[in-house]
Design a protein around this ligand. Structure first.
Ligand code: 4AD
Ligand code: MG
Length: 476
């Protein structure tokens, strides 16, 4: 019978004749094949008695080769595994020339593996990360589906700039060399495919709002694109975002949901990805050995994940946070690259990380930010200068969630759009929501890759998505 290695190791049908397929991790002493098929972090040991096999066949077995192995499952005499296959037949699907196959059984740097992104999922680290990523996606859908949300597919190509930050990738079929021009000499987009300027979406929020105002509670989960020239370990030009949007939710309800959601999906991977998380925890401990004590994490990976699930996130207003930062040691000693001088300053990741990692030592939700450092759609507070925004800040990551209560008052929203010089015509449909049955509503966006980073302990966002898109890099 044919099994995946995961099934075989769970069932352990000792005495049965079994068949497995997979790739060779190692081949020792011309006798022991460690085979992995991607179903689990664990390899299956397959014993070939070389005396019974053709030498030409044995020569084809090397790291990376794809094999089908048939034989009896027996209890293992060796240490490290409880069962193994005593091979009677080995079929070579495909060889992997050791002279040229780059993924050899030794330590490869993550930088090296990024250049081999099409093969890196054959390493233990990437296979574990991608299994956790898959489990997290499932957990996201499960959470929302069990809590009365409908999955909504927001468009990828849009005419609007949801965040108003102007960081968009243009979508066009016009000839880049010779675009049509109007009388004034400007590119004439009325001749473009959609008859107007379009771009890849930076967020599905605005469309999700329209659906929340009909279906009640919705969420999106799709790719979003930002042409921001940020070469950091936490930014991608193409990333996946989860955006729940809820009618009749105020900011407090929004924060409650964000906290419950995050805890739930982390709990899911704790329960369902134990082996991979243990592997990743050890990988991290190993990696950190080479770092000075002060830079090592205070908690190991599993402990850190459990800590988030078990503890309340600290909720702090922006104004309180600024006071804490102003009076903090690094600010007084001029250790921040961007010193905090006064209320209104935008928070940089160094500030967010200080609050989370040094001051509160737990996840933090900051709320009520200054209006002028936040997007146009956020609800203005009574004070006239802050908005009902919230960011969830995580240790090692900084901002993992950004959200807000939305401005539901037509006049206030129109005023804001005018102040920011946004083209009201592009948003006519968004404004319609405030004309017809407007209501309090809220939502947030979780950066999926940042969550995968947190759950796996991976330091660079390029290592938690199969094919990262970053400035100057769209290989594969
Ligand atoms: O804070 P942001 O820009 O918020 C929005 O887009 C809102 N429309 C969300 C909403 O209210 N529905 O982005 C949300 C999250 C950030 O907190 C961060 O985790 C992630 O998306 N994010 C990125 N992740 C990877 N690379 C980038 N360039 C990212 N930009 C934002
Ligand atoms: Mg944000």
């Amino acid at each position: 019978m044919s099994y995946s290695i995961k099934e075989l190791l769970e069932k352990q049908p000792v005495g049965d004749s079994v068949e497995v397929n997979g790739w060779v991790k190692t081949f020792r002493s011309n006798r022991f094949i460690a085979l992995n098929d991607g179903s689990t972090i664990h390899n299956l040991q397959c014993v070939v008695d070389f005396e019974n096999f053709d030498e030409a066949l044995l020569k084809k077995i090397s790291t990376g080769a794809a094999l089908k192995i048939t034989g009896e499952l027996v209890e293992s005499q060796g240490r490290g595994q409880s069962v193994e296959i005593q091979a009677t037949d080995v079929f070579v699907h495909g060889t992997a020339d050791p002279e040229t196959y780059p993924i050899q059984p030794k330590k490869h740097s993550l930088e090296f593996l990024r250049e081999k992104a099409h093969l890196r999922v054959r390493t233990n680290t990437f296979a574990a990360v991608m299994r956790v990523r898959s489990a997290l996606s499932f957990a996201v859908h499960q959470y929302f589906q069990q809590n009365g949300f409908y999955y909504m597919h927001a468009p990828i190509i849009t005419g609007s700039d949801a965040e108003g930050a102007g960081e968009m990738f243009r979508v066009t079929t016009l000839d880049a060399q010779k675009p049509p021009v109007d009388e004034a000499g400007a590119v004439d987009y009325s001749e473009d495919f959609f008859g107007k300027e379009t771009n890849l979406t930076v967020s599905g929020q605005l469309e999700a709002e329209t659906y929340a105002m009909g279906l009640g509670k919705v969420y999106t989960f799709g790719p979003t694109f930002r042409a921001e020239n940020s070469n950091t370990s936490r930014h991608l030009a193409e990333f996946w975002m989860i955006e729940p949007e809820m009618a009749f939710f105020d900011l407090d309800a929004n924060m409650d949901l964000a906290e419950d959601f995050i805890k739930n999906i982390i709990q899911y991977v704790l329960e369902n990805c134990k082996d991979d998380l243990e592997f990743l925890e050890n990988r991290l401990l190993d990696e950190e050995k080479s770092k000075p004590q002060a830079e090592r994490s205070e908690m190991a990976l599993l402990e850190k994940l459990k800590f988030v699930v078990d503890n309340n996130f600290k909720r702090v207003s922006y104004t309180e946070a600024i006071e804490i930062l102003k009076n903090s040691k690094p600010n007084k000693k001029k250790k921040f690259q961007f010193p905090i001088e006064e209320w209104g300053a935008d928070l940089q990741s160094e500030h967010e990380r200080f609050l989370v990692e040094k001051h509160f030592k737990c996840p933090v939700i900051l709320f009520d930010y200054p209006a002028n450092i936040k997007a146009f759609y956020m609800r203005l507070n009574e004070d006239g200068k802050t908005v009902r925004a919230m960011d969830v800040l995580f240790p090692g990551i900084g901002e993992i969630v950004g959200g807000s209560q939305r401005e539901e008052r037509l006049d206030v929203l129109q005023q804001k759009i005018k102040e920011l010089d946004i083209d009201e015509k592009e948003l006519w449909w968004y404004l319609d929501l405030r004309k017809f049955g407007t209501a309090v509503h809220s939502g947030f966006g979780l950066g999926f890759e940042r969550m995968v980073q947190f759950a796996t302990g991976m330091g660079n966002i390029r290592d938690v998505i199969p094919y990262p898109r970053t400035p100057q890099n769209a290989e594969f």
